[in-house]
Write a new protein. Sequence first.
Length: 148
Amino acid sequence: MNRLARMLRLPKSARYAMLGLVHLAGRHGSGLVLVETAARDLGLPPSFLAKLFQRLTRRGLLRSARGPGGGYALARPPEEISLADVAAAMQDAELERRPCLLEPRGCEGRGLCAIHDDVVEAERRIAAALARVSLAQAALMRPGGRHA
């Protein structure tokens, strides 16, 4: 996912959110998960992951409960949430496109770059791939992945 994220220029927040939700998808049906536990399991900063989980809760992808026995869980079945849904929840716009590879000032979408059309098509295909992969599928693809 990191190579894909670099190609798309996904911010760290979107990459970490995907990792966190894929982790929760692998534990779906096992109750609520503490953000500290998820952060430890993933090797991510707990405070940063906590902020991401709060945002994902506000965006309707997670549900949370406070207090003893509290934590986070997916708000919908993992089969119903795509990686594109997670990326969109972390960004206010569509997946960010990288600047023009051959023009320092950027082409502003005018298609002047020799590879502009190819780059746009590649970005479209990557976005479509993210939309096709559910959290359930991504959880199964992880080493030791399981889905209830």
